[in-house]
Design a protein around this ligand. Structure first.
Ligand code: HEM
Length: 142
């Protein structure tokens, strides 16, 4: 009986640790960049709500610069090392495509002439983020 209990406890803890996120989860340079993007998006949505189109354009230009920085960092879910295996490199290339899609949508936002055009571009940004997170963002268990 004792043995069974011990086995149960051990397998349970192994299960837990297998699910635990990476110690650097949410602490990477990419996470910091993403945090900046989140702040910009919040400001953009506020400006759009206040019908301040010029402000939307201005912050979108700022966001574009930040998005371009994100291209250089390997998501933790792919690797925590600089050297990538062929398979990891392929995933990183996919990630970069996702960042490009986001860059395109943000560029569209900077060029949007009307509130409707801005709204459409914001929709594309939201979709790109959702897709990118589903594929490449690790869940931090905090
Ligand atoms: C404007 C659009 C986006 C916003 C506002 C955004 C926001 C965020 C936020 C708030 C986090 C969590 C950061 C933390 O843990 O402190 C995050 C993480 C992450 N996001 Fe985004 N994101 C966007 C687009 C994307 C796209 C398009 C991709 C992929 C192509 C992506 C990939 C990731 C990854 C991989 C992480 C985890 C960071 C890591 O691996 O270290 N995000 N994002």
């Amino acid at each position: 009986m004792k043995k069974i209990l011990l086995t149960l406890v051990l397998s349970f803890t192994t299960l837990l640790s297998a699910q635990a996120a990476h110690p650097q989860c949410g602490e990477t340079e990419l996470a910091t960049i993403m945090g900046e993007m989140k702040d910009d998006m919040k400001a953009i949505k506020g400006a759009a709500k206040a019908k301040d189109s010029d402000k939307v354009t201005l912050i979108a230009q700022q966001l574009l610069v930040t998005v371009q920085k994100a291209d250089a960092y390997v998501p933790l879910a792919i690797s925590d090392k600089k050297e990538l295996t062929t398979q990891q490199q392929a995933k990183f290339d996919d990630y970069k495509k996702g960042v490009s899609a986001l860059e395109k949508a943000v560029t569209e936002l900077t060029l949007a002439k009307t509130a409707d055009e801005q709204k459409a571009a914001l929709g594309k940004i939201g979709k790109a983020a959702k897709k990118g997170h589903k594929a490449f963002k690790m869940d931090c268990d905090d």
